[in-house]
Design a protein around this ligand. Structure first.
Ligand code: SF4
Length: 95
């Protein structure tokens, strides 16, 4: 199960994220794993962050992420933020 699938599986009870720009593009949002070079992961995450900025579901997505305990927030890009494995704190916010 990839990061996006884990995200979707944890969405029970969450409002439908209509028009989500990440749909079908999970590979941009997934956390850096394995031996993926830092610059490659950063580039795809920048693309994902840009999609979040244009996403009509951004507000609902933010509310959902903010409702989760920090340790349960998905790694990678979600709601215009990037979470890493070390802290799961907000790592980068584009707005
Ligand atoms: S804000 Fe980003 S992570 Fe959330 S639904 Fe939209 S594209 Fe997906």
């Amino acid at each position: 199960m990839n990061q996006f699938e884990r995200l979707l599986s944890s969405l029970a009870g969450v409002p439908l994220l209509r028009g989500a720009r990440c749909r079908g593009r999970h590979y941009l949002f997934d956390a850096q794993e394995g031996d993926e070079p830092d610059d490659v992961a950063s580039e795809r995450h920048l693309q994902a962050l840009g999609l979040c900025q244009l996403c009509p579901a951004l507000r609902d997505c933010e509310r959902w992420v903010d409702s989760l305990p920090v340790r349960k927030r998905p790694l990678g890009v979600v709601a215009g933020r990037r979470y890493n494995k070390k802290s799961r704190d907000r790592w980068k916010e584009v707005r």
